[in-house]
Design a protein around this ligand. Structure first.
Ligand code: NAP
Ligand code: HSE
Length: 430
């Protein structure tokens, strides 16, 4: 008699944008799941805050408001966490792992802070904890770093990992909008959330960089280690001057494994228009990875949204199902076997774009150059333009220098009577 493979049962915690997409995608693939995963996958419960809310796409009979319905159901082997936030997600995931259930999560806020604890718990309980959707939505970057590129010493992970801010900067660049107008447009189209702080202040991207850096460099980076600076101070004038210098401005996440430690930061950055990252526009994300064996690689796609994010979550679910079938759950725990130091932002080296208004009189440009030079800052490019009423605008890009030296030069310049305003300071990717 043929041995019948019993379907694997799973629960979804959260039925919002991502949870709804996961449900839909699993329905779409239902008839081929046996071939793709080696087993059927059946959703038995969906946890939400309120079951009274109407959800047109999910089977209402599966909804519950009680997590105990999931944890006490021994037939459930996989739990997808797409609720978001730290608590109760952290406690629920811990309890699922301790109960021998594998977990798939999209929760970057949680993983960027408590990733090690959750991976250790998965390993101890011989189950899987996967989180492909936590970074760059539909782009398969976690599995690429953890598996396909594991033979490399990865020295750089750099990318545009927030769609909302990339949309805003694209509108400012291509349509000359100011920040507020572009943010309003992003909100109208549903890209920016009602409270856009995490996106526009670089926090969302910072969490993703902490997760990707930890995996790429095999050394734990938590969100607090990441220097974050948002895009609210970027003006259309900065973008125009950047263009004059053959650059575009992007919110870049940059993680580097250097001989003196790890640097990990998110900030607006000028990048040469010839770099492939410069043409990643609208809500698209891209991640560039440099490894010693593979050299440069780049991953591009949709970093958010119902179906792209569901693609990553369901990919993980299928992988867990295969592992259950193959009897090889818990193959990967935490892969951070090193403890590398994290560099402070003052110790990083970068080129800088600066824009300032000065008095338009003899000797000013020379004084600016001397102050920069006294602080070991050399100038790569400089433009001076009249700014009306005996004022001039100086726009410059420096050579590579330690940030503490550049900041000291700016401080001295700021104290000079001939400097009326330091309008911008933006790092340049090099
Ligand atoms: P969402 O639309 O706000 O949905 C959250 C869901 O979780 C809702 O169904 C909500 O229930 C439920 N929920 C929240 N707190 C709960 C609690 N304490 N108990 C039970 N249910 C609870 O969020 P989302 O956009 O789908 O995001 C989910 C996760 O995916 C987040 O971690 C997010 O960072 C991550 N993510 C999202 C995207 C994206 O494009 N949206 C992309 C990548 C990663 P109700 O329906 O009853 O309110
Ligand atoms: N808010 C994020 C973005 C999507 O705009 O890219 C979720 O990671």
């Amino acid at each position: 008699m043929k041995n019948e493979i019993r379907p694997i049962k799973m629960a979804i915690m959260g039925a919002g944008t991502v949870g709804g997409g996961v449900y839909k995608l699993l329905q779409m693939r239902k008839n081929e799941m046996m071939q793709r995963a080696g087993t059927d996958i059946e959703i038995s419960k969906i946890l939400v805050k309120s079951i009274s809310e109407t959800r047109k796409d999910v089977d209402a009979s599966l909804l519950t408001e009680n997590f105990e319905d999931i944890i006490n159901d021994d037939s459930i082997q996989i739990v997808v966490e797409v609720m978001g936030g730290i608590e109760p997600a952290r406690t629920f995931i811990r309890r699922c792992l301790n109960a021998g259930k594998s977990v798939v999560s999209a929760n970057k806020d949680l993983i960027a802070v408590h990733g090690r604890e959750l991976l250790d718990a998965a390993k101890e309980n011989n189950v899987d904890f996967m989180f492909e959707a936590s970074c760059a939505g539909g782009i398969p970057i976690i599995r690429s770093l953890k598996q396909s590129l594991v033979a490399n010493d990865i020295t750089e992970i750099m990318g545009i990992v927030n769609g909302t801010t990339n949309y805003i900067l694209t509108k400012m660049d291509q349509e000359g909008m100011e920040f507020d107008e572009a943010l309003a447009k992003a909100t109208e189209l549903g890209y920016a959330e009602a409270d856009p702080t995490a996106d526009i202040e670089g926090l969302d991207a910072g969490r993703k960089m902490a997760i990707m850096g930890s995996i790429g460099f095999h050394s734990r980076i938590v969100f607090d280690d990441v220097y974050t600076e948002g895009i609210t101070h970027i003006t259309s004038k900065d973008i125009k001057y950047a263009k004059d210098m053959d650059c575009v401005i992007k919110l870049l996440g940059i993680a580097r494994n250097t001989p003196t430690g790890i640097e990990v930061r998110v900030h607006p950055t000028l990048i040469n228009k010839e770099h492939p990252m410069a043409s990643v526009n609208d809500v698209f994300n891209a991640v560039f990875v440099h490894g010693d064996a593979v050299d440069d690689t780049m991953f591009y796609g949709r970093g958010a949204g119902e179906m792209p994010t569901a693609s990553a979550v369901v990919g993980d679910v299928i992988e867990v199902a295969r592992n259950i079938n193959g009897g090889c759950l818990g193959r990967f725990g935490c892969t951070c076997f090193k403890e590398l130091p994290i560099k402070s932002i003052g110790d990083i080296e970068s080129k800088y774009f600066m824009r300032m208004i000065v008095s338009d009189c003899a000797g000013v440009l020379g004084n600016v150059a001397s102050i920069l030079g006294n602080n070991h800052v050399s100038i790569e490019k400089i433009i001076q333009k009249p700014a009306g009423c005996d004022k001039a605008e100086i726009v410059a890009i420096t050579d590579s220098v330690q940030e503490k030296n550049f900041k000291a030069a700016l401080q001295t310049l700021n104290d000079m009577s001939f400097v009326q305003e330091i309008s911008s300071m933006i790092r340049v990717y090099a």
